[in-house]
Design a protein around this ligand. Structure first.
Ligand SMILES: Cc1ncc(C[n+]2csc(CCOP(=O)(O)OP(=O)(O)O)c2C)c(N)n1
Ligand SMILES: [Mg+2]
Length: 532
């Protein structure tokens, strides 16, 4: 067995059955391993596609997304998806090739040479290692799994030099058990329960780290009568239809104000990234109780009075039972009135363009089952969607406002559809964003994915146009000429159409979800039907 085969065999034993990649001469032995294990290999058209697909796969399945890429340009191309997964705490294993060990640091001009390749991704991974000997791999891969399963998940990058991958490996490598999760300190839970029970106006704010805490979250919110705000990553943990849900409305004024009105804020599994609220910093007036698996988050600018480092689910279950033993001051009905009031204020303040966006979301919602996954790009319609697209189920709405990389939605949706083939998945991107990764439509067509890809076309990089107009800066480089999206998609092997009415859009999405290939559906912002 070569080292390349041994690595893939070990990953297979850890449960990896799909990899996203682009082969090269330096990674040939990895492909011998892929063949040997019978893994599914999804061939991207650009390594940014591979890393973003791996990210989308991780979001849809909860399992690490794996990519196999060459060193040098493969790594620099993949960097965007790796960095996004880092920002959004997603598990991802990047296996890259590398030039021969002896050439490292010499500047001899080896093919795909990248000075200190491990360092290139060090800042966007939990760890990045250059493997020098096959014998290092069982420990490094066990360490990657420990990061994915027992801490804040983040990408891991292993560089495998072209002279290491063909080396012989005699014995079979074995998997190692993942460490247990950190449990909450009982004294801190009691203190948190005391403070929450005594609060007059408690409020709860949950992020992606709170996924999986649905039942204790609802129980705590109901016991306290506390409104629940969420970030984009936390959408659906408490269903949007719950009377205490404020949804992901943190972009909106009345929701932002609520954080200055609450006397105690329970903040769970979130760094409160600026990409979710577009402010340098949210103002929070009351005492903060924070639960986070990452101790470094607990010292950030959202400084907690009670910092609890723990697995969020374990901590929320403990907090819920501690609260069941106390009589809270706040009342459920008051909390529900407060939520109604905030949501009404938010709705009254919506702009005309947001109302157009909301019309599209309403149509999409009507065509999609509750467990459908929506992958959003950095486009204005998705910013609005964070509050205008309700979600009843967690892990269904993804918009990476934090890294905010144009082009992420299509490859993420491809990865998600491959990981969760029986669930509806759609991508929503702007006319600017779709062009970054449009080549991956060919990947989706080749994989025969029933994937609707909505392109919100306003003939502009509108978010930037608005910024320039506001500051009276001439519009430079923000009105690119788009291709004919319908013909472009068709030439890449997809179905395609342009929405002519709300009904047509809903029908087109339903058809696309049952089609034999992806379908690009263009929705023009200047459509008269949107204003009808
Ligand atoms: C990789 C990358 N480059 C640049 C930007 C800056 N940027 C943010 S939004 C935006 C405009 C996007 O245009 P489009 O996709 O058409 O969406 P719209 O704002 O028009 O809805 C740009 C250029 C970015 N977010 N990501
Ligand atoms: Mg646009």
């Amino acid at each position: 067995m070569t080292c390349g085969e041994a690595v893939m065999k070990l990953l297979s034993a850890y449960g990896v059955d799909t990899v996203f990649g682009m082969a090269g001469t330096m990674t040939l032995e990895l492909y011998r391993g892929i063949a040997r294990t019978g893994m599914r290999h999804v061939q991207c058209r650009h390594e940014q596609g591979a890393s973003l697909m791996a990210d989308g796969y991780a979001r849809a399945t909860g399992k690490p997304g794996v990519c196999t890429i060459i060193g040098g340009p493969g790594v620099t191309n993949a960097a965007t998806g790796i960095a996004q997964a880092y920002c959004d705490s997603q598990p991802m294993l990047v296996l890259s090739g590398a030039s021969a060990t002896l050439t490292h640091g010499k500047g001899w001009g080896a093919i795909h040479e990248l000075n200190d390749q491990a360092a290139v991704t060090a800042g966007i991974t939990a760890f990045s290692a250059m493997v020098r000997d096959p014998a290092e791999l069982p420990e490094l891969i066990a360490r990657a799994h420990a990061v994915f399963r027992a801490s804040r998940p983040r990408p891991v990058h292993l560089s495998l030099p072209r002279d290491v991958l063909p080396l012989p490996v005699e014995a079979d490598w074995e998997t190692r058990r993942a460490p247990t999760l950190p449990m909450p300190d009982p004294a801190a839970i009691e203190e948190a329960a005391d403070r929450l029970a005594q609060a007059r106006r408690p409020l709860i704010f949950v992020g992606g780290g709170a996924v999986g805490t649905g039942e204790p979250l609802a129980a705590i919110a109901e016991r306290l009568g506390a409104p629940v705000l969420c970030t984009n990553a936390g959408k659906g943990i408490l269903p949007s239809s719950h009377a205490l849900s404020l949804g992901c409305s943190i972009l909106q004024e009345a929701s932002q104000r609520s954080l200055t009105q609450a006397d105690v804020v329970l903040l769970v599994g979130s760094e409160v990234a600026a990409g979710d609220h577009f402010l340098p910093r949210l103002e929070v007036s009351g005492d903060i109780i924070r639960i986070d698996i990452d101790p470094t988050e607990l010292t950030s600018m959202y400084r907690p009075a009670v910092p609890i480092q723990a697995d969020a689910r374990a901590a929320m279950l403990a907090l819920s039972s501690a609260l069941a033993r106390r009589k809270p001051t706040a009342q459920r009905s008051r909390g529900e009135d407060w939520v109604r009031d905030i949501l009404a204020h938010n709705t009254a303040k919506m702009t005309e363009v947001e109302k157009l966006h909301a019309r599209v979301w309403k149509t999409l919602r009507s065509a999609l089952a509750a467990d459908a996954i929506v992958m959003g790009d950095a486009t204005q319609i998705v910013y609005t969607g964070s509050f205008a697209m309700p979600m009843e189920v967690e892990r269904c709405w993804y918009y990476s406002g934090n890294y905010c990389a144009l082009g992420c939605a299509l490859p993420m949706a491809i990865g998600a559809k491959i990981g969760a083939p029986h669930r509806p998945v759609i991508a929503v991107a702007g006319d600017g964003g779709i062009m970054f990764t449009v080549a991956e439509l060919a990947t989706a067509a080749e994989e025969r994915l029933a994937l609707p890809v909505i392109v919100w076309n306003n003939d502009a990089l509108k978010a930037i146009v608005d910024g320039m107009d506001e500051r009276q800066i001439p519009r430079i480089g923000v009105e690119p000429r788009s291709p004919d999206f319908v013909r472009l998609a068709q030439s890449l092997g997809c179905h395609a159409s342009r929405a002519t009415s709300a009904d047509h859009l809903a029908q087109a999405v339903l058809q696309a979800l049952a089609a034999d290939r992806p379908t690009l559906i263009e929705v023009r912002q200047d459509s008269t039907w949107l204003r009808a």
